[in-house]
Design a protein around this ligand. Sequence first.
Ligand SMILES: NC(=O)c1ccc[n+]([C@@H]2O[C@H](COP(=O)([O-])OP(=O)(O)OC[C@H]3O[C@@H](n4cnc5c(N)ncnc54)[C@H](O)[C@@H]3O)[C@@H](O)[C@H]2O)c1
Length: 364
Amino acid sequence: MERIRVHLEKSCKDSYDILIGEDVMGRAELVTKIKNHADRYVIVTDSDVNPLFGEVVKEKLKETALPVDIIEIPAGEASKSLNTVLEVAKQLVELRVSRKSLLIALGGGVVGDVTGFIASIYMRSIPYVQIPTTLLAQVDSSVGGKTGVDLPEGKNLLGTFYQPKAVYVDLSFLKTLSDKDFANGLAEIIKYGIIGSHDLFELLELEKDGIKKRSPSLMKSLIARSCKIKADIVEMDEKELGLRRILNFGHTLGHALEASSGYSLFHGEAVSIGMVGAAKISHKLNYLDGDSCTRIIDLIKEYELPVKIPAGMETSRIVAFMETDKKVVAGRLHFVLVKEIGVPFVTPDIPSDVVVETIEELRG
Ligand SMILES: NC(=O)c1ccc[n+]([C@@H]2O[C@H](COP(=O)([O-])OP(=O)(O)OC[C@H]3O[C@@H](n4cnc5c(N)ncnc54)[C@H](O)[C@@H]3O)[C@@H](O)[C@H]2O)c1
């Protein structure tokens, strides 16, 4: 027998910057930095974002004196599909996009996830950058390199870990964002406060009026703190083998609620109720004190996010969705709980009667 070893010990050069500011798109740095990556650019965006910002970004990129094209996909979660991947890939081939070209994901989490996925598989991978335009994408989906599309059987079932070359967060994009999408992002920021930073949690408590008015200085601070928490976690556990799972705080129950509502509950709403559930379970199992549990619930209410499960959702159905979740390991449902605000942990040891009792308590 012959043995030939394929040596693949790698030194990884995937580090990247997240730039956050009020006029990132107007800065020369965008062009000088981005120029290093490619011989041409293709902006992938959606049908809502393109009319708002497509040309603005295209004009800016033209300062590189390199070709810039735009590919538009329909706005909405339905575009996170293999059909979109095939459609976009065909257009990339028609445009003669090569491995030296750079894809630019301009949009919310849908555009970011699909574009990152295409970048990771087109010609066995080409570089991409993220220009997130929703609050959720700015604090969450654009950072960390999780890419993917949905299958009819479930969300995010096909995907890769593939890091962008840079993330450009321009606060001015938030001006046109709907209240619903703003609240979606705020729910994730509240999550970062609960799992990662008591200071961030306090800032959310103290500055709620300014935050609700989308004050640029406050938003910059919230986004930077959130991205730092996510970046620190991703640095330690890029492929979600352990620690990164704490980012799922509120999502175990949240995803089940989203699914059992037939996706009529939006993600931020479902996660908010899920965070209340996780806080209550943390308290019931004597990890979290009552005052902290109340503070968490009050903060979610302050931002007009829901804390109760809407009528018409059966507990058994919610539990069944939880059991088919990706967070089930070796048949045991893993829950993220907190010992105090800013101190999370993951545990498989949640008695099912506590979960059921908590769901019942969460009814409106
Ligand atoms: N990769 C990750 O780590 C990660 C993390 C969290 C969520 N996600 C994914 O993100 C997706 C949700 O992302 P989302 O909430 O950004 O939704 P989205 O991308 O569908 O955007 C929501 C809507 O806002 C519009 N929009 C975007 N920017 C706008 C702006 N500045 N002004 C006005 N309208 C704007 C979009 O066109 C869309 O209609 C889900 O598919 C979810 O699975 C991924």
